[in-house]
Design a protein around this ligand. Sequence first.
Ligand SMILES: CC(C)(COP(=O)(O)OP(=O)(O)OC[C@H]1O[C@@H](n2cnc3c(N)ncnc32)[C@H](O)[C@@H]1OP(=O)(O)O)[C@@H](O)C(=O)NCCC(=O)NCCS
Length: 376
Amino acid sequence: MPAFHLREAPPGAAAWVYDALHDLEVANTTELMGEDLAIAAEWNRNNHADERTAIKGLLVALPGPAPEPAAVGRFGLPEVPAEPSPILGTIEFSLPLADNRHLADDTYCQVDAGARRQGIGTALWEEAVRIAVQHDRDTIVAWSDHFVGLPADGPRLRARDGDDELPRDRASEFALSLGLSLAQVERQSRLPLPVPPERLAALRAEAEERALPAYRIESWVGNTPPEHLDRLAAMYRTLSSDAPLGEVDWEPENWDAERVRHNDERKHRTGHSLFTIAIARETGEVAGLTELHVHDAHPHRPEQWTTVVAAPHRGHRLGLLLKAANLQALAVDQPEARYVDTWNAGENDHMLAINTLVGFRPHSAHGAWQWKAPQA
Ligand SMILES: CC(C)(COP(=O)(O)OP(=O)(O)OC[C@H]1O[C@@H](n2cnc3c(N)ncnc32)[C@H](O)[C@@H]1OP(=O)(O)O)[C@@H](O)C(=O)NCCC(=O)NCCS
């Protein structure tokens, strides 16, 4: 009798599915990193329910043989049952609709510690490949997480760009066993809080000396004011094309004011963002953006998201100014927060230099792995 079978969870599936996914994330991040780095079941539910710019896939492995007969979902698998069941493993992915229609993106596979080395991860992956190909995607981007706290012994892996490395641990061995290639190594860095206020003020003053009076900055918490929606769309577009991409086949994203508004609305259902932008005084043009996000479920560890300065405006210390100003806003908004986590390409020297100056230190590593459809 088969030990497991696969099912799909449609958007808005029964609540137990998102609780079980969250439990798996808590167990796996705690096992790997020694700390719970999961976000929240509600965040998972919201993420998978929002298909405005991408179809969201969530496949699960359940114990025992497949039910007979069962309602088949949009990906051709039986749907998850209404009643809770233990989950042995999951794979998540998104099929972008607004841009990058060649991709299955954000693919992440995890298997319960008690169910590994039984082919569950491979079976989930093979279904994700089948679905991607059926949706005319010829490239899949998948992620892996790695602990970097131990001395760097044993074999390591490098991507084409940058000096950051991944250990050859179970996640990279799994990805290699699937025939994936390592397209980029991403570094997670952590900033302990509070940053002494006088240090933040000094960093800000240092940046202002170069950036003022040509630029002014504006900060807000929560939904983007209508007059800035187009500016944020321009910045998200710029980030998608200008951040180092390694060998990942991402194409520039299509952003407009409506997508920003919708994105804000989704993010603010389970947390809130603090934004700071720079505007060129002479033209009114947006020059840079940075965003910190606070999840309701764990306000002690805000996340540093998007930071971007548009090419014509680089070299004026705007990156540092934006970050220092936004961290000052965070100190008022979340005085109890203990640290900020951020993720950057290992080869993104300019961004990493600013982060180091602010006080971020390397914490973990992530692999961006790529699968390409065999040429017809
Ligand atoms: C990585 C993970 C998803 C693998 O799931 P799994 O169900 O155990 O994978 P499979 O049984 O299909 O293994 C397929 C192959 O991957 C390789 N592999 C998997 N785990 C390995 C390990 N611990 N050590 C060495 N190779 C390993 C092997 O080649 C294996 O084939 P084999 O068992 O015939 O030797 C699972 O360990 C996990 O959930 N880890 C935590 C989350 C994570 O790191 N996800 C990122 C995935 S890129």
